[in-house]
Design a protein around this ligand. Structure first.
Ligand SMILES: CC(C)(COP(=O)(O)OP(=O)(O)OC[C@H]1O[C@@H](n2cnc3c(N)ncnc32)[C@H](O)[C@@H]1OP(=O)(O)O)[C@@H](O)C(=O)NCCC(=O)NCCS
Length: 162
């Protein structure tokens, strides 16, 4: 049972993380939010129960809502993990990319009971199934199967949990 002062502090950190848009964020009970977390735009991000967001975690997605982020229950984000939904369009090399609008989009889905190691990055369109461990510093560009341990850039399955 956490004390009411810790709960208040947690809420303040969440308020800062969402730039005051906590109400737009869909989150379950017992969410723990460390200092320096950034979540935007809150309305396209859903978090399950007992999610831990470590220091410096960034959950960000496109303003269009075409790359929503959904996180299950009992998920641990180590420090500085980034979920990056969306892309800029990159074709049409004769034009400046900042005029091209949105590129490849797709949901990021994190299942239940997942641990994302420090400084790992998950890109748009990736599903990380239940029970997965992602090694520190990994860049996850493709979906990962349940109970796998994946690491590296690009992240590959290195073993399966027993
Ligand atoms: C992935 C991890 C959990 C280890 O899993 P493990 O099953 O014990 O893996 P091992 O240490 O036996 O390593 C197996 C292989 O994967 C490689 N590997 C392990 N972690 C790696 C990583 N993060 N990136 C790239 N390769 C990695 C090892 O070098 C080894 O390669 P080899 O077979 O060529 O020798 C761990 O390495 C890790 O990254 N932990 C995250 C730590 C963290 O973020 N802590 C934050 C505190 S919450």
């Amino acid at each position: 049972m956490i004390s009411s002062s810790k709960r208040l502090l947690n809420f303040i950190r969440l308020l800062i993380a969402t730039k005051g848009r906590v109400r737009a964020l869909n989150f379950g009970s017992e969410l723990i939010c460390a200092f320096g977390v950034k979540i935007y735009p809150s309305k396209y991000i859903t978090l399950g129960k007992r999610v831990f967001l470590g220091r410096g975690v960034v959950l960000s997605t496109s303003q269009s809502g075409l790359s929503p982020i959904k996180i299950g229950n009992d998920v641990m984000f180590a420090q500085d993990v980034m979920l990056i939904g969306g892309n800029h369009a990159i074709q049409a090399s004769d034009k400046p990319m900042n005029e091209l609008g949105e590129g490849k989009q797709g949901s990021i889905v994190i299942g239940n009971n997942v641990w994302l190691g420090a400084r790992s990055i998950v890109l748009t369109g990736v599903t990380i199934e239940d029970g997965v461990v992602v090694g520190a510093g990994s860049v996850v560009t493709k979906s990962l199967p349940a109970n796998s341990i994946a690491a590296g850039n690009p992240a590959k399955v290195i073993s399966l949990r027993k």
